[in-house]
Design a protein around this ligand. Structure first.
Ligand code: ADP
Ligand code: MG
Length: 321
């Protein structure tokens, strides 16, 4: 749905992005994650035909953003970083105005407006003056205008920036809902936000793509660095365990529990208590057997917790190489 190849953009002699390459497939909800100043907005402005790149190419829905910008704009809904809303207008008047600009046939305008008000949870605010809405509701108006022409692709630039925690949760839910019907590329510098909403995250740092991360229900399943190095995660489960027991006996006994793949020593505490990482088969649970083993041997369990790689760790690994 979105194909970006070697995009480079200079503002004068400031290089904003360099050789940015990525794809977003139809139906995906992809996060564009990077610190402030990493080039997210620049990339999105190029994709939405707001400005040309210095070099490289990009297509949206098969149309070239440089040579077929009218077609691209028809297929894209864009919510810019700061949504330029007409604050003195009522919600519906504003959406009518946007639908005129979008050249939605007069006969369809009202039903499109009703539809986007509904899907953005704005129906009860339709007659309010935009300037008098809370920031969260203004953000919803921003989403509504991006959806008015029912585009295949939504490009959302930091959609939760400046919102309070409750509004953030609501907008995230709304985006997840929209993700069922649309292909979405959304930028954020908030790591938990990316893992909550997205099925895949493209990490951008200092104007270049550092890698990408796939997730399933917020859990990281694979990491690919831009050098092509691929790490598949989620092939096993892992527990960290500390017990009061003779270290060698403990490891040997744990290794015999069904579904255990590997037991690695994480070091011993000052009084020789074993601390181990236990890898075991996906979709199995060894905790009951493990605690029985410890009890039956008269040992004691001091700590047991699942080990999961966090997006923070992945992000640091990708951006510090
Ligand atoms: P992000 O959206 O990830 O915060 P931007 O795309 O806004 O990043 O910015 C990328 C880089 O380009 C930054 O170094 C920024 O200072 C620079 N930049 C952005 N817009 C302009 C501009 N209009 N003129 C000059 N430099 C710019
Ligand atoms: Mg930005």
């Amino acid at each position: 749905m979105i194909e970006v190849e070697n995009l480079t953009k200079y503002y004068g002699n400031i290089r904003a992005i360099e050789n940015v390459t990525f794809r977003v497939e139809k139906g995906e909800v992809v996060g564009f994650l990077g610190p402030n100043g990493s080039g997210k907005t620049t990339t999105m402005r190029i994709l939405t035909c707001f400005m040309p790149a210095s070099s490289g190419r990009a297509t949206v829905a098969g149309y070239d953003v440089f040579t077929q910008s009218l077609d691209v704009r028809r297929h894209i809904g864009y919510m810019p970083e700061s949504v330029p809303l007409y604050t003195e207008m009522k919600v519906t008047s504003y959406l009518k105005y946007v639908s005129k600009i979008r050249k939605i046939p007069r006969t369809q305008r009202n039903s499109r407006i009703d539809a986007v008000l509904e899907s953005c949870g704005l129906t009860h605010m339709r007659n309010r003056i935009i300037g008098q809405l809370s920031k969260g509701y203004r953000q919803r108006v921003g989403l509504a205008q991006a959806l008015i022409h029912n585009p295949d692709v939504l490009i959302l630039d930091e959609p939760t920036i400046g919102l309070d925690p409750k509004q953030i949760v609501e907008i995230r839910e709304l985006i997840k809902e929209l993700g069922k019907e649309h292909t979405i590329l959304l930028s954020t510098h908030i790591l938990p936000e990316a893992s909550m909403i997205c099925g895949r995250i493209i990490v951008i740092n200092n104007g270049s793509i550092a890698g990408s991360v796939t997730l399933s229900d917020g859990r990281i399943t694979s990491v690919q660095s831009s050098e092509g190095e691929m790490t598949t995660l989620g092939e096993s489960e892992e527990l960290y365990v500390e017990a009061k027991a003779p270290a060698e006996d403990f490891s040997a006994a744990v290794a015999k529990i069904p579904n255990v793949i590997d037991v690695q020593t994480a070091g011993e505490s000052a009084d020789n208590h074993p601390r181990v990482y236990i890898d075991y088969e996906l979709n199995t649970d060894i905790r009951e057997e493990l605690s029985n083993l410890i009890i039956n041997n008269g040992w004691e369990l001091l700590e047991m917790r699942p080990v999961e790689i966090t997006l923070e760790e992945v992000f640091l690994r990708l951006t510090t190489e």
